[in-house]
Design a binder for this molecule. Structure first.
Ligand SMILES: Cc1cc2nc3c(=O)[nH]c(=O)nc-3n(C[C@H](O)[C@H](O)[C@H](O)COP(=O)(O)OP(=O)(O)OC[C@H]3O[C@@H](n4cnc5c(N)ncnc54)[C@H](O)[C@@H]3O)c2cc1C
Length: 360
């Protein structure tokens, strides 16, 4: 411990799980000079690859408590990280603004009150004659969609972000092991992570970023941590109507809780479902397109061109996410449910501070 104190940057940290949270922690810690090993058997099925990448921070209506603090921090930190990561991918960006819409009068009243009470230039109620609202009402053939706009929120393309982080990690020559960890234990002041192939990896600290599987590696009875799976599906649809131009719509918006991202003149991404299961339900098209009482005919007749899902982990009995120092150099940072992309920078900052405190 003393030698670590003298030169904590030489400490070796194992990160289990390589979704957005594992990768982001690796980025921040490696920038500080720590030796990092990330371990993950497969990234193709993780929830991060399924994410739509919406960053709903500033429009979050509960303005106090931990969830708000994390959102606020992330919204402040994201632009700095984007500037940093643009060295590895100049196209990486946060597409702003983000629009939240409703057809429900009560919900709209609450939005108005929220915007009024916050008196913030970055949050505004959309005026009836706004071009955003006009294009949405026109495309969805309604008159009653209303809502607010947040100029500080937006969307980051999650796949592009993950690829950029991979590029950074390769550039920095961060160790990556394609293995599954089946056991962790502490022996002689060192952590030992054992893989399914019986490899033993020694480290000074471990960060658990492996979602639902994190609890298999800890004594969850003594830590009393429970996570449950929440499956989320998203679809890309082709609109077969020459008169519709989806590019006339805002870049990203949410109507009555459903996220919508126009991709081209006739392609739309819609997501995501909230299924308390690990098996995807079948009627995804209906679930994801019934966000209005009456759908426009172009949406009713649209066809699915892509469909995907991810399994998110949600803490059971406590708020999301789980960010705990379990002591002795073991940290758990998982259970991000719907907001892992948004919260990655704030959570990795928290982990970094915990590590600095532990090693100093
Ligand atoms: C359809 C959909 C849309 C979403 N949209 C958004 C959005 O718009 N905005 C937003 O902020 N969030 C969104 N999310 C949520 C977001 O994707 C998650 O919160 C986030 O990806 C969680 O990241 P993670 O790194 O904790 O977990 P994951 O990405 O699931 O990664 C966990 C990793 O751990 C690995 N692992 C598991 N067990 C082991 C083991 N024993 N050893 C080694 N490795 C292991 C897995 O292989 C996996 O790669 C969405 C999710 C879905 C499904």
């Amino acid at each position: 411990m003393k030698s670590l104190k003298e030169n904590f940057q030489k400490a070796h940290i194992v990160i289990i799980g390589s979704g957005i949270i594992g990768k982001f922690n690796a980025l921040e810690l490696s920038e500080l000079g720590f030796q990092i090993t990330i371990i993950d058997p497969t990234q193709s099925q993780n929830s991060s690859n399924a994410a739509l990448g919406l960053l709903m921070g500033n429009m979050y209506q509960k303005r106090r408590g931990r969830s708000w603090d994390l959102r606020k921090q992330s919204i402040e930190l994201w632009p700095q990280w984007i500037t940093f990561l643009q060295k590895f991918n100049s196209e990486l960006n946060i597409e702003k603004p983000l629009i939240q819409l409703t057809t429900n009068e009560e919900t709209f009243k609450k939005l108005k009150k929220f915007v009024y009470e916050n008196n913030n230039q970055n949050l505004q109620i959309l005026k009836k004659n706004s071009t955003y609202l006009k294009s949405i009402n026109n495309a969805f053939q309604t008159k009653n969609i209303k809502g607010m706009i947040s100029f500080k929120d937006g969307r980051i393309n999650a796949k592009s972000l993950l690829k950029t982080l991979d590029k950074y990690l390769r550039y920095e020559k961060i160790n990556f092991l394609k293995e599954e960890i089946i056991n962790i234990r502490k022996s002689n002041n060192q952590w030992i992570s054992t893989t399914k192939n019986n490899k033993k990896i020694k480290s000074d600290m471990i960060i658990l970023c492996n979602s639902l599987k994190a609890i298999d590696l800890i004594d969850n009875l003594s830590h009393n941590i429970k996570l449950k799976p929440v499956l989320g599906q998203a679809i890309e649809v082709d609109v077969n109507d020459e008169e519709v131009d989806l590019l006339s719509l805002p870049k990203q918006f949410n109507i009555n809780g459903t996220n919508i991202i126009p991709k081209s003149k006739n392609k739309l991404i819609i997501g995501s479902t909230d299924e308390y299961s690990i098996k995807p339900e079948e009627n995804t098209f209906k679930t994801l397109t019934n966000f209005l009482d009456k759908q426009p005919s172009w949406l009713m007749h649209a066809t699915i061109s892509k469909k995907w899902y991810g399994i998110r982990s949600r803490p059971d009995g406590e708020p999301s996410p789980i960010m705990k120092n379990l002591g002795d150099g073991l940290i758990i940072c998982t259970g991000f449910y719907k907001n892992g992309i948004l919260l990655a920078p704030a959570c990795s900052q928290w982990v970094t501070n915990e590590i600095k405190n532990y090693l100093s």
